[in-house]
Design a protein around this ligand. Structure first.
Ligand code: IMP
Length: 448
């Protein structure tokens, strides 16, 4: 396994963390290649639950090096909070030891957060992600490597402050960026992280040349990709496989596996069309939200819920070429009488099998459903026992309730992608691997 990519196959929050956790045990590098602290994953260590936003999920494997890669935008203050929480729990300070920040990554400054707070359209996470990427594209942003040069250039500092304040004015934000603040913030970043800022692409390249396993950890999801997602209701980076290597600073030939993580249903946070969306307050939509605890890790906002959408999965596969799907949260559907799979859309009287590019058209799409019988609700312990039985007897998915198995098999058939692992609960043990597949290993993970 040279490099493996793990991506969200939907609109984010698919439960990538658990799959990454399993794969990280065999990897010596876990790399974030895009996005910033708009992402969020929850790590459970003993009785403690830790929310991380920028530190790669591989942090729980002590032998795994952690890279915040070239393609990222990084909020150094949020990173400090994450590192402090990690230290409080484990007494480990990984920065400069096994956690490295790319010289090429862009710095998210308080200005970017202020500018993002003016968003009224997309429903962003408000973390300054879009404005930081905007600066990068306009070639006025500050990368970690640029900080000392920037601080030495009086004229540039002045020009930057003037630009930032004009931009804040233009979106009606009254706060101002002051020179002393900007300078002291940048100095602090150098002092705090100087020892961890590296040419990380070269480090990953060298590791691959030496035969080490590298995990490229996606954030957000395929439908939030700036180019291939439901624009403009998307994030500001390329979330796709093509950027996994590019944003890490290595070439695409290293990638052997690309796992798409998909819930057994669909969720979305923020605005934008969502064809299979269900009413949130009642019925199956409410069941998914409540049983699945569908609240954003980063913002705490309730996630919108809906049926599994095979049209969006097929578009997401076209772009990313998944070698396997990890289907998460199947257990959440237990207790529903009937399950629906969206196999096409009806758009202005025509059936289509793709997502229209225009959000106006996508909003007019009515899902065409295939009905499947539901399966009973089981307790967490019952799902874990089922997963353990599958492992101990090498039974693969045969342990699943009949209706659940036929639902899963139909997803495989419609998508043409093998489902390599099925999540049936938050616990590490609550995963069922396909027999002989890449996840068919003991779930023993060395952790803190
Ligand atoms: P931004 O990435 O903060 O600019 O937000 C753009 C859109 O992407 C909004 O609809 C957010 O809710 C959504 N988004 C960003 N990050 C995530 C994520 O990690 N999970 C789910 N949605 C996200």
């Amino acid at each position: 396994m040279p490099a493996s990519v793990v991506l969200g196959a939907q609109w984010g929050d698919e439960g990538k963390g658990k799959a990454i956790d399993q794969l990280a045990a065999d990897s010596t590098w876990a790399v974030r290649f895009q996005g910033g602290n708009n992402a969020g994953h929850t790590i459970v260590l003993g009785d403690t639950t830790l929310k991380l936003h920028q530190i790669p999920s591989g942090v729980t494997s002590p032998n795994c090096n952690l890279i915040l890669g070239d393609g990222m935008v990084i909020d150094p203050w949020v990173l400090e909070e994450e590192l402090d929480r990690w230290y409080a729990l484990t007494k480990e300070r990984p920065e400069g030891e096994r956690l490295f920040i790319s010289e090429r990554a862009s710095v998210i400054l308080p200005f970017h957060r202020l500018y993002d707070s003016a968003d009224k359209v997309v429903g962003t996470t408000g973390r300054g992600i879009g404005p930081a990427y905007r600066d990068r594209i306009e070639r006025v942003g500050i990368r970690f490597v640029d900080i000392p040069y920037f601080l030495d250039d009086e004229a540039k500092v002045k020009e930057t402050i003037s630009r930032m304040n004009k931009q804040l004015d233009s979106v009606g934000v009254s706060e101002r960026v002051e020179k002393e603040d900007l300078v002291s913030h940048l100095r602090w970043i150098l002092e705090r992280y100087g020892g961890a800022i590296r040419q990380t692409g070269r480090m990953i390249h060298r590791a691959l040349e030496e035969g080490e396993n590298v995990l490229l950890e996606g954030a957000q999801g395929a439908m939030l990709d700036i180019d291939q997602g439901t624009y403009p209701f998307v994030t500001s980076s390329v979330t796709s496989r093509a950027n996994a290597t590019h944003g890490a600073g290595i070439h695409p030939g290293h990638v052997e596996n690309c796992f798409g993580i998909s819930k057994a249903y669909t969720t979305r946070v923020g605005n934008g069309p969502f064809p299979t969306e269900l009413p949130y307050e009642e019925g199956p939509g409410n069941h998914m939200a409540m049983v699945g605890h569908e609240f954003g890790t980063t913002t705490g906002r309730p996630r919108r819920t809906g049926w599994m959408d095979m049209v969006s999965l097929s578009d997401s596969h076209r772009v990313n070429g998944y070698t396997g799907i990890v289907l998460t949260k199947l257990d959440v559907l237990g207790g529903l009488d009937e399950l629906m799979l969206c196999t096409g859309y009806e758009l202005d009287g025509q059936t289509v099998d793709y997502m229209p590019t225009s959000c106006e058209e996508l909003a007019r799409c009515k899902p065409v459903y295939e009905r499947h019988p539901g399966f009973p609700a089981l307790s967490e312990e019952e799902w874990i026992a089922m997963a353990e039985l599958s492992r101990s007897e090498g039974q693969g998915y045969e342990v699943l309730p009949e209706e659940a198995l036929s639902y899963v098999r139909r997803i495989e058939q419609l998508s043409g992608i093998p489902i390599v692992s099925i999540g049936v609960g938050p616990d590490r043990r609550a995963s069922i691997a396909s027999r002989g597949g890449p996840f068919d290993t003991e779930p023993e993970v060395t952790t803190f």
